[in-house]
Design a protein around this ligand. Structure first.
Ligand code: GLY
Length: 381
């Protein structure tokens, strides 16, 4: 990989800042699973909502920090997170399309490090449940379970592309291709129904769960129907790139490039990413998580293309990753060691009441992106 020295030396500097910041943060945050902060302090979500979809990311940060520093405290805390999630494995209603987000950065990361049987067991239970959500009518992995009065049986979402690597991993470790086949069918479906002609993506597609026929696309966490929720774009870039990495299927690579090119052409001059590329000018709402996730996708796209004959067109992806990450590090990172979170101005959904706060997966993907550049990342997906 021929990455410019400027980018590498920038990433090494940021990596030092991450290590300096995370050391006091871990010392004062034991036995927790944070989602966000209040007054700069992590709030533990594990005692309130152990099923929440983001509960794997703190484990992922801890494993990345363990790999980076070799300090046992990170491993010990990561193992606690993994054990806490066993409660979710015993709750069918806590298991859903996000099994990958919960167990790839926890049990599977642990298994990749020391090949232990308990973590393998957890990962495979989660993968089997994820595979069981596949609807052969419509070829989609069902998103969410039902709550309230909304019928979600026919819903699929772009975010699910990031959960497919749990299925690729399960096929690798069991030598049983069923998991991979399901993942590839879902990815083929997503190419057809989620990715628009211009490279923007839909958030939610609803099918008839009985006959698999397309019913509608839904705006979901973005501004509205036909809009362009930026984190959804990022899940698409990174998710299709991962499906290419795991399968070698060229169509997935081309789809990742299409979404990536659309994203790059919409990055504002200041490099700060809105919640939706098609949101009204006012209020100006940002989502730093989208930038961090897109950067991870761009770096992997750059690496994948560097191995193929298309190496000449790859520079724009690494340069875009660098642009996004540099802006985040200068304008949206809190390096004060007394504050628990790194990224600020993260937004879960455009129409939520609360916007622009700290969210754990923003920190996770920022750290992952920096470690991808320095070459020290634990590959989790
Ligand atoms: N997977 C849900 C989200 O990105 O907010």
């Amino acid at each position: 990989m021929n990455m410019s020295e400027d980018i590498k030396s920038w990433a090494l500097e940021i990596e030092k800042k991450i290590i300096n910041k995370m050391h006091p943060v871990i010392l004062r945050n034991r036995n927790v699973i944070p989602y966000t902060t209040e007054n700069g302090n992590f709030v533990d979500l594990s005692s309130k909502d152990i099923n929440w979809w983001t509960n794997g990311f703190w484990g992922g940060i801890l494993w990345q920090m363990f790999v980076l520093t070799g300090e046992d405290i990170y491993k010990e805390e990561a193992e606690l997170v993994e054990k806490k999630l066993d409660k979710v494995l015993m709750d069918w209603n806590g298991l859903d399309h996000d099994n990958g987000f919960k167990w790839l950065p926890t049990a599977v990361a642990h298994y990749r490090i020391d090949r232990n049987e308990e973590s393998l067991n957890r990962g495979l239970l989660a993968a089997n449940n994820l595979a069981g959500r596949f609807n052969i009518k419509g070829n989609y992995i069902r998103a969410w379970n039902n709550w309230g009065d909304v019928d979600r049986r026919g819903m699929a979402i772009i975010d699910c592309m990031m959960n497919l690597p749990l299925l690729y991993w399960a096929s690798d470790v069991t030598d049983d291709p069923r998991f991979k086949h399901i993942a590839m069918e879902h990815a083929q479906m997503a190419m057809k129904y989620f990715v628009r002609e211009d490279g923007s993506v839909n958030h939610i597609i609803r099918f008839d769960p009985e006959d698999g026929k397309f019913i509608e696309s839904i705006g979901g966490q973005g501004y509205g129907v036909g809009s362009s929720w930026t984190r959804g774009q990022s899940w698409g870039i990174y998710g299709f790139t991962l499906s290419y990495i795991h399968t070698g299927e060229k169509a997935f690579l081309n789809t990742a490039k299409k979404i990536a090119d659309y994203y790059i052409s919409n990055i504002p001059e200041d490099g700060l990413i809105p919640v939706d590329f098609r949101q009204p000018k006012e209020p100006h709402l940002e989502d730093s998580t989208s930038a961090a996730i897109a950067a991870c996708g761009f770096i992997e796209l750059y690496k994948a293309l560097s191995k193929s004959q298309e190496a000449s067109e790859n520079e724009k992806y690494i340069n875009s990753a660098y642009k996004l990450l540099k802006v985040l590090s200068e304008k949206r990172c809190i390096w004060d060691e007394k504050v628990d979170n790194i990224l600020e101005k993260c937004t879960a959904a455009y129409h939520d009441e609360k916007h622009e706060f700290s969210i754990i997966y923003g920190d996770y993907y920022f750290i992952e992106a920096v470690m991808k550049i320095t070459g020290k990342e634990l590959f989790i997906w």
